[in-house]
Design a protein around this ligand. Sequence first.
Ligand code: F6P
Length: 532
Amino acid sequence: MSSPLKKDPAWQALAEHAREMSGVHLAKLFADDPARGERFVAEADGIYLDYSKNRVSDETLRLLLKLAEARGLRSRIEAMFRGERINRSEDRPVLHVALRAPAGESIVVDGQDVVPEVHAMLERMAVFSAEVREGHWRGHTGKRIRNVINIGIGGSDLGPAMACQALRHYGAREMALRFVSNVDGTDFVEATRELDPAETLFIVCSKTFTTLETLTNARTARAWSLAALRDEKAVRRHFVAVSTNAAEVSKFGIDPANMFGFWDWVGGRYSLCSAVGLSLMISIGAESFRAMLAGFHAIDRHFLGAPLEKNLPVLMGLISLWYNEFFGAQCTAVLPYEQYLARLPAYLQQLVMESNGKQVTLDGARVDYQTSPVVWGEPGTNGQHSFYQMLHQGTRLVPCDLIGFCKPLNPLDGHHDLLLANLFAQAEALAFGRPADPKAPQRGFEGNRPSNTILLDQLTPRTLGSLIALYEHSVFTQGAIWDIDSFDQWGVELGKVLAQRIAGELQDPEAGAAQHDSSTAALLRRYMRLRL
Ligand code: F6P
């Protein structure tokens, strides 16, 4: 018995059409339609999406859009914006879009308009960040804060870490912004090595405030601070929390007055625009932070209002799904031609794979189609001297997103033209290849390797916001078609439970007699014999 998705006539038409398209080369699609490069494009809020170098025809797009309609994409989008409880397994609304709604808009959750609360929190963050940036918020000994360390993991780390790096050009240079996430002690030690505790502010960032890694690092941070400052009262000047869990925050010893809250309708990987972005706001200032929110919001409105055939996140989501389902593609490469976006692929890994790496539908039925692709990538041009060999001549199909900006932030003579020349050249080489010389088959490029080119004016807070929202909503589009819950993450639970159990056994070797498979048991015995 096939799933409702596979039984959908639109799906079946796509499967049939994919057989026809599998033999069609991009070179032919371009030869048949000289205007293709201008027709297969879409634009919104300064994002120019060229999707012409994809193995799609007008008919492909018509069928993909038909599938989106048949699967109720439009009504699912509206349900999210209306605050319906679309995160079904956790029975929660999904309202990261409310985090960037302008004052005056209204989004109601359980009878209450949440937009005023969002703006009140943004205002508190703005006041606090200005105090830190301007040196009014002093450490316990009266010294100015020069180092800000965000302690968090997953969505409480990747968003602010990626964005702080992305917007470094706009950030306060006199302050060191660092991120500690891993429970590996090296992360903490290296982040704090040459810092003065009297000048260091920790932001303990955790939605639940129960995450093992974050609490372990936060305890270590407190011990590190107090070892130097020698007064419990110092915690008030050196620790603030970002969380939804006030009880656990005060249990940890952080003054609730120093807590910046958010709401359970904000998923961790969608939380950059909430108080989770506090470290970013300290770095770039409230005005730039608000400009980023405006970029997010512009794409939110576009996603909600633009017709599906001109809707950038919808097009990107559908085209990616096309390869995932009908061409056996297992991954997507994200290739920013912008060094400041070096952490974007890592950020998107959580966004895409934690959202859509699911095996059951909203009703709990096992899916019989592929869900999330694997996401990976590195900035260009570096990747070109590493894994692009496989992209061009390997046996797997890897759809790529190449992201570039027309204006550089660091215009060194000649660099930017070379950077962008490489981006355009790679997209061209992937698509069209080069005929093989029978005497040197190793030099042949088959081409027909698909890519999107995403071109923006310049990397600014606003364009970064738009770019992230583009990916967020493309993830939504795919999840809606797959009929999965893109907003839960039960797949991370089992490892956490087992790690807690094993950690207990490591403290008490007798308890280590608990049942384990022979491999795990032998590894544990060896570790206990050899550890410090
Ligand atoms: O383990 C996965 C996860 O729950 C992510 O979804 C989340 O972003 C991360 O852990 C951190 O969670 P928290 O913010 O509650 O510490």
